[in-house]
Design a protein around this ligand. Structure first.
Ligand SMILES: *[C@@H]1O[C@H](CO)[C@@H](O)[C@H](O)[C@H]1NC(C)=O
Ligand SMILES: *[C@@H]1O[C@H](CO)[C@@H](O)[C@H](O)[C@H]1NC(C)=O
Ligand SMILES: *[C@@H]1O[C@H](CO)[C@@H](O)[C@H](O)[C@H]1NC(C)=O
Length: 331
């Protein structure tokens, strides 16, 4: 008994150390294209949650690195086959009346350098595997998603700033991060979602159960959801782990529907956040514990759910300050 709890706390301490260390190597990769040192630094140990299963998610770590300073360069690097780390430098934008979509091939890391941003340019991951997107601001992508992930596996979206505005009605922009069509092993961490209507959709349609049931496995951890209308996230059919998120002024937060299940732990709902955890059609269930719902409601039916990976939880009382100072494009 004593021994096993000692092992457990050592494991948790190790995990905590790893996640702190992982933020440092990214910063030191700047401008480096030596593949052997990149492999050493971007160890698979830095990814956590669902994206750490199924062999893990390393992105372009085993390949060279390049820097994209224009939309054309970004598009051509993202389309290359093989492992590649693509640093994004400066402001890249499109003036189109609808957002420009850059397709991302498998085995890529896309990492924003200081001040990097995409405006009205979204990233699409369709039928790919092993992609990491980190430290990037993506805003105001008209009519499509900032990041769209479909039919893909082992995807890690980390330390992003994704936003638009709430002045154009709910369908002018589409989602900020939408994960659909039977994706698996996805982690969304340290993302600052803000100033948007339809934030994050997991499972696009009520009628896609034959494709999606048993898939759509997504971890949402340490994200800052601020000034948003809905979908924080909205889940259909899949299985999601939602822990240590901070919600500030979000209308409809976690919506679990079409038989989806969620493990919802130690999240905090602040400001005017209203529907904390619910199922719009009554068929979604959650195992919820340690959450601070504030003024938000918790009206969902319960289930039991556990994850196949190790993780450590922060206390709800520490979530606001931790998430506010660590989420976003700040690596
Ligand atoms: C890698 O770095 C070398 C030396 O700085 C440079 O000549 C080469 O073009 C770089 N390769 C890529 C793919 O960025
Ligand atoms: C990550 O992005 C932030 C915000 O643009 C920037 O301050 C920081 O320097 C970037 N990190 C690296 C390693 O370039
Ligand atoms: C659901 O997924 C299947 C398989 O990809 C696809 O053929 C079908 O059109 C999808 N249905 C909807 C409503 O999107």
């Amino acid at each position: 008994m004593l021994f096993s709890s000692l092992v457990k706390s050592l494991t948790l301490a190790l995990l905590a150390t790893k996640s702190v260390v992982s933020a440092i190597p990214i910063a030191s990769q700047d401008g480096d294209n030596d593949s052997s040192s990149l492999t050493k630094r971007a160890s698979a140990g830095s990814v956590f949650g669902y994206a750490s299963l199924n062999g893990g998610t390393t992105g372009g770590a085993s390949g060279k690195s390049v820097t994209a300073t224009s939309l054309k360069e970004l598009e051509s690097y993202c389309a290359q086959s093989g492992a590649l780390t693509i640093y994004v430098s400066g402001s890249i934008s499109s003036s189109g009346s609808s957002g420009y979509t850059v397709k991302v091939a498998s085995d890529k890391s896309i990492i924003g350098k200081s001040g990097a941003s995409l405006t009205n340019v979204g990233l699409s991951l369709d039928g790919v595997s092993n992609v990491i997107i980190q430290n990037l601001s993506i805003s105001k992508v008209i009519g499509t998603d900032a990041v769209r992930v479909q039919k893909s596996k082992n995807i890690w979206l980390d330390h992003l700033d994704v936003s638009s505005d709430q002045n154009h009605g709910k369908d002018y922009y589409d989602g900020l991060i939408d994960i659909t069509h039977a994706c698996d092993y996805v982690t969304v961490s340290y993302v600052h979602f803000h100033d948007h209507e339809k934030t994050s959709l997991v499972g696009h349609s009520d009628t896609n159960g034959s494709e999606d049931t048993g898939h759509l496995t997504v971890t949402f951890a340490y994200n800052f959801w601020e000034n948003l209308n809905s979908r924080g996230p909205s889940l259909r059919f899949g299985t999601s782990h939602i822990y240590n998120n901070y919600y500030d002024n979000m209308g409809d937060c976690i919506n679990v529907r079409k038989g989806a299940k969620a493990l919802v732990e130690n999240n905090v709902f602040a400001g005017s956040s209203s529907k904390g955890l619910y199922s719009v059609d009554g068929t979604g269930k959650a195992q919820a514990s340690g959450n601070d719902f504030g003024k938000a409601s918790d009206s969902i039916g319960s289930t039991t759910l556990s994850m196949k990976y190790k993780y450590s939880l922060k206390n709800a009382g520490d979530v606001a300050s931790y998430v506010k100072s660590n989420a976003g494009a700040i690596l």
